[in-house]
Design a protein around this ligand. Structure first.
Ligand SMILES: [Zn+2]
Length: 477
């Protein structure tokens, strides 16, 4: 009997182990674009990652730590809670207490923090395809990407990164060196050699970190090694020697999988935008894709922005001067993190289940979702309504714009531009009719999950009960 029990227990352990599809699970979060959350909020966010089975946090911190050498890098972000009072080191300690490794994210020669340096050092601006200095660009943090062939750009990148890794957050587990997905430098020294120039910095900072911390995880893009066409830039990746201490990251839009490199890397991560922007079906597809390419981890985006836009993000002038709405959840106060809200629970439970087992049948996920959200009073109707509400909140949502279904302001801007067709208005009315149905169904809520479902549905419908908003989508407008 005892031996049978031991056999059964052993089988159970083997099963549990074989169920874990990935060694690295967790999320990519753009910390620098979330100025409104303090240490207490972030600890809860980290606890949530732990609840979702995560052990990895890609935390993008450039632009959001108070660099003494380069104050221009955070001046735009002076209201960020971590600029007001630095807490990321304590946050990393907290993450470690939950078994979560934290990798510090930044982009070499571009994006947040770094692109501010060229505001003061205009000679370092990268050159565009047209042979002229680049135009300002950014998401939240607007500036100019740098030319890596300029020694001053290299020096700045090294010193800024050293500050972040060695002075500020030496307890971090490594780096995410995220190559730009929007621009390179096309000057005569860069061009086809751009990624060789970028690599000079990457190689050097990696060596410095490994000298101090040999087991540090340094995640890089394949653009230094693969020799393949780099999506979007019209240049090829470099073909430099690969050090198997590096980990790699791949994504649908900026770095296509490289099977030969994946086999040699310390670890390899698949990234996509499913948890942030899409639905549970795409999360399942993302987990399956990660497995199919042989990635050791699936670490997709959980980005939620709360910065005040100073520029027309995504070309949308109506966003200028407004605070970004995290995940489009407009019922939240600026300091309230969005990750425990019901539509995000739908996504997080999907991530937890499909990143553990990408082959899990969708019906099984639905049952688990019902149990977690509604407990013993769960019904198929409730589960479908929760999935519908989540899909409506992410319907045509973009990084910076809420769904048109939850943003009369966005629909008004579409109307002003002549883009609000009768087809669109009719699609929006049909979606809102589905919501009205959900709202009526759950007026007599029996569980806290059902109350939440009703509350959020009601919030969306009330946006359109407004006398200025309603005519925007009326049939004969
Ligand atoms: Zn250049």
């Amino acid at each position: 009997m005892l031996s049978l029990l031991i056999t059964l227990l052993t089988l159970r352990c083997v099963d549990a182990k074989s169920e874990d599809a990935f060694a690295q699970r967790g999320y990519y979060i753009t910390f620098m674009r979330m100025p409104t959350y303090d240490l207490a909020d972030w600890k809860k966010i980290v606890d949530g990652i732990h609840d979702d089975g995560g052990n990895t946090l890609l935390l993008w911190v450039a632009g959001a730590f108070r660099s003494p050498k380069f104050p221009i890098t955070w001046r735009y972000n002076a209201d960020h809670e971590n600029i007001r009072q630095d807490f990321v080191r304590a946050l990393i300690d907290h993450a470690h207490s939950k078994g979560i490794k934290v990798l510090l994210g930044f982009t070499p020669f571009g994006y947040d923090g770094v692109n501010q340096y060229s505001l003061e050092h205009t000679n370092l601006k990268a050159i565009g395809k047209d042979g002229k200095p680049v135009q300002p660009f950014g998401i939240g943090c607007w500036g100019f990407n740098l030319c890596p062939s300029k020694p001053e750009s290299q020096r700045f990148m090294l010193e800024y990164t050293r500050e972040m890794v060695f002075d500020f957050y030496p307890n971090a587990d490594g780096l995410l060196i995220e190559s730009s997905d929007y621009a390179i430098c096309h000057c005569k020294d860069c061009g086809e050699h751009f990624f060789e120039r970028e690599f000079e910095f990457v190689r050097r900072i990696s060596n410095e970190i490994w000298a101090k911390k040999p087991d540090a995880t340094i995640v890089v893009f394949p653009h230094y090694f693969s020799g393949s066409e780099v999506p979007g830039f019209g240049v090829k990746a470099a073909k430099l020697p690969f050090d198997p201490r590096w980990s790699l990251v791949f994504s649908p839009h900026s770095a296509h999988p490289e099977p030969a490199l994946i086999k040699r890397a310390k670890s390899s991560l698949w990234w996509d935008d499913s948890p942030a922007l899409r639905t549970p079906n795409e999360i399942r597809a993302g987990a399956r894709r990660a497995k199919e390419i042989g990635a050791t981890g699936y670490v997709p985006s959980l980005e939620a922005f709360t910065f005040v836009a100073t520029e027309a993000e995504e070309g949308q002038s109506w966003l200028k001067g407004r605070r970004q709405i995290p995940l489009g959840f407009g019922w939240l106060e600026p300091g309230e993190p969005p990750y425990n809200e019901l539509p995000m629970q739908v996504q997080r439970i999907a991530y937890r289940e499909f990143s553990r087992n990408p082959d899990l049948p969708f019906e099984t996920y639905k049952q688990i979702l019902g149990r977690d959200l509604f407990g013993s009073v769960s019904t198929p109707r409730l589960i479908d309504d929760a999935l519908n509400l989540q899909a409506i909140l992410n319907f045509q949502r973009t990084w910076c714009q809420p769904s048109p279904l939850t943003s009369p302001e966005r629909v008004r801007a579409m109307k002003m531009r002549g883009e609000l067709t009768s087809q669109k208005r009719s699609d929006y009315r049909a979606a809102l009719d589905r919501l009205k149905n959900i709202e009526q169904m759950h007026r007599e809520s029996r569980s806290s999950g059902e109350k939440e479902l009703h509350r959020i549905t009601n919030w969306v419908l009330n946006l359109w009960n407004d006398k200025e908003a309603a005519p925007l989508i009326a049939p004969n407008n």
